[in-house]
Design a protein around this ligand. Structure first.
Ligand code: 5GP
Length: 234
């Protein structure tokens, strides 16, 4: 499978057409951004790590019955995926208070939630990905009620699967972001699942093993990405 034409370049990935009209190649970059791309940098080999981790997690989810855009990992940085029309929502699931939820509600990070908190954000950097609800989504015609039901149902199942998996790898899944796409009238999981899109804390020590090391200048960024790769994939 070969890249033919670049159709999109995002903050962490590029997307290419292939000889198959239904298949794209997503290339994982080392570029790192935070705070709506006002902070920029490079994490050496982040693309390689995130491609491998996303592959592992998409395979796990597929095996548990979650439809995803994943087809196969082609090499260090490239993954073949089904062509989808991305729904412009960032869905977040939270098991422990951190980041945006701590800030929004004035809570301390680390409070364990009795039940997962499910949120929709409108995917728009210029608006800072605002928190929105079903009514906003319908008003903006971003997705139908049936699509939202599917997204919500899948997100809770994904949380259960990933929480159990990370638990077995000595990691607590604090929160994560998902994106979904339409593929032949079906809603499937798209984008990536990686330390860029999840908060992962080492059990007991609570050491941050994710992109917060970059966002918050915590140091040992490359080493931690390599370490978390070993914990997840090996
Ligand atoms: P928060 O809303 O607390 O900033 O983010 C919640 C979770 O979703 C975190 O695991 C964070 O990494 C992920 N997340 C939210 N928005 C984005 C985004 O725009 N890009 C990436 N890479 N992750 C995001």
């Amino acid at each position: 499978m070969k890249k033919i034409e670049q159709v999109y370049e995002g903050k962490a990935k590029k997307l290419f057409t292939t000889e198959d009209a239904d298949v794209y190649i997503q290339e994982f970059k080392d570029d790192a951004t935070a705070f709506d791309a006002t902070k920029r940098g490079t994490i050496v080999d982040k693309g390689v790590v995130n491609n491998k981790i996303s592959t592992k997690l998409f395979q796990l989810l597929e095996a548990k019955g979650i439809p995803t855009h994943f087809i196969e990992r082609l090499n260090d940085r490239d993954m073949a995926v089904k062509k989808v029309e991305i729904i412009p929502l960032e869905v977040t699931m939270r098991n422990v208070v951190a980041g945006g939820m701590a800030k929004l509600l004035g809570l301390d990070e680390g409070i364990v939630l009795d039940e997962p908190v499910f949120e929709y954000h409108y995917k728009d950097d210029a608006l800072h990905d605002p928190l929105i609800n079903d009514f906003h989504i319908k008003a903006l015609k971003l997705a139908t009620s049936a699509e939202l039901d599917t997204i919500k149902d899948m997100s809770f199942k994904i949380n259960d699967i990933l929480k159990e998996f990370f638990d077995s790898r000595n990691l607590d899944l604090i929160d994560f972001k998902l994106e979904f796409g339409r593929c032949k009238d079906k809603v499937i999981l798209a984008d990536e699942i990686s330390p860029d899109t999840c908060r992962l804390w080492e059990k007991k020590s609570k050491r941050k093993m994710d992109k917060d090391r970059f966002r918050r200048d915590l140091g040992n960024i490359e080493e931690t990405y390599q370490e978390v790769l070993k914990m997840i994939v090996d």
